[in-house]
Design a protein around this ligand. Sequence first.
Ligand code: WT7
Length: 659
Amino acid sequence: MSTIDSVLTENRVFPPADAFVGQANISGRAAYDAMCAEATNDPENFWARLARENLSWATPFTRTLDESQAPFYKWFDDGTLNVSWNCLDRHLENGNADKTAIIFERDDGTSERVTYRALHARVAQFANGIAALGYKKGDRAIIYLPMSIEAVVAMQACARLGVIHSVVFGGFSAKSLQERIADVGATLVITADEQVRGGKTIPLKPAVDEAFSMGGCDAVTNVIVYRRTGGNVAWNEGRDRWMHDVTAGQPETAPAVPVEAEHPLFILYTSGSTGKPKGVQHASAGFLLWAQLTVKWTFDLKPDDVFWCTADVGWITGHTYIAYGPLAAGATQVIFEGVPTYPNAGRFWDMIARHKVSIFYTAPTAIRSLIKAADNQPDHHPDKYDLSSLRLIGSVGEPINPEAWMWYYKNVGGERCPIVDTWWQTETGGHMITPLPGVTPLKPGSCTLPLPGIAAAIVDETGGDVELGKGGFLVVKRPWPAMIRTIWGDPERFKKSYYPEELGGTYYLAGDGANRDTDGYFWIMGRIDDVLNVSGHRLGTMEVESALVAHPLVAEAAVVGRPDDLTGEAVVAFVVLKQERPDGEEAKAIAKTLREWVGREIGPIAKPKEIRFGDNLPKTRSGKIMRRLLRVVAKGETVTQDVSTLENPAILDQLGKAL
Ligand code: WT7
């Protein structure tokens, strides 16, 4: 059954257990309703109260929201604070210095614990080290590191100085790295010799060297290298330095530079429907507030919890729910270097048991692959492990199909743990629509209701409200503190992408289609633009197309998504070569070459699952590629739509056949 079909027939409801409600940070529907009412009636006071109660300010703010330049909203803008101080120093002052901040588990199963005191010292030393190299507030640093304590240290050290970081996922290619270094105008790059995943080492520093060789990186004066494996790396004297040399001899305390609330904390690149990935810019105070609050609200964090978010710090989930939120909230968290299936499919469950994880947050794609793996490796089925420490489990990144939800609920959550299916985006900074575990009756496949203060709604193409039960565009009608501030270097694109005139120009357009049922629950139906969601990662079809046409053999390419049981969506590419259409072994060989090419241009996640060759692409008489038809063809279905506007209808038969 397809996700959409099963979602629309889903009618199971799982109310929260009384025991959970009794102890929850937000407890019961009345408490939620009261918060929503406060936020609706007087949003400025609502947010101001939360910002005063939850953050430590260097200079208290007096202005809550400045809408004068909307949609370039400013929050708390005459206040100053330091994000790293809020994540570290204040826990030392609160008597939590010896609390474990991070349990880091390496790929090989060994682990290490770091207290808040020790983490603070390491961040201070590294901050002092990069300050000694001349880095200061407003500079931009690219971070290209594996999952590690050092990744958190690097991010926090930047925040401590007001250096704006841009983390690039370690799975992205040298080319993607180079584009980001150049676009953000980085003067510092922080990387590692190699990363270790699933028993294999994967080079990182060589990708940095390759990025430099492509040009556009001249502003970078230092490349700091964390020695993870001791593997051989080329060395550029004068530019490259080891991380341990940068920190050696540095004091274990460092000033936390107060920055304006709106000072950019980071820029994180994400795919859009057109052109190059966009640099989503987040502000310091608003982002931090929401990161901390949602950890307490959605995850119901308590002092004794052990929190584990399995995301990579290269994605927004790793920013909000590893590098900042849990630390701001004073949590103990697990950080994992490796992959869920190494050394076997029980790795996650074994880690939950060993570290007594109580809150577990992962992606549907991981759940789906572990369902399959548990079938193949019955010895590593979750029921072979002691998962009794869990009290709450979460999902993020893509719609979770009800079947996977039920498996997760039964086999991992023991029918005892609420599942928080959290809808949000790189641009939203933190959770937006999600169950509150002590409030919301759960429906498998629904992200349920907006958090207090989040004015989510569904509208039609003119911005008008649609009635419950009818689908439409997911929007947010009022600004919120953690929202994207702009696209780095391209404010016009920010306005056009997220605040389109067609909807009136005042609603944030998420880019997702959604439905609301008669209980007001949101059901996300997927992207409405040319953005794919592959294993919970966003990928622009245009990005993959540009990568393909950059290959000397390719004349033209069209890329679409196809539903996939494992990855949610899979990339299917239709390619016209400059030479004659290949078939047989030749076609297979060229397809392989092109897949690898895309892997090098963007990263392995962008490799098309399938490539089909045609003499042409289905186009209208005006030359527009009909992707709608290609989506049907990619699924192996017969086109039943009207094709009379097509210049060359016969091409559909040719493209309908797999290699
Ligand atoms: C897109 C955002 C949120 C952090 C990770 C992804 C999809 C995200 C859900 C969910 C259905 C979801 C949306 C959204 N998405 N969470 N719980 N249910 N869809 O961040 O890379 O910025 O992608 O992921 O389509 O727009 P991202």
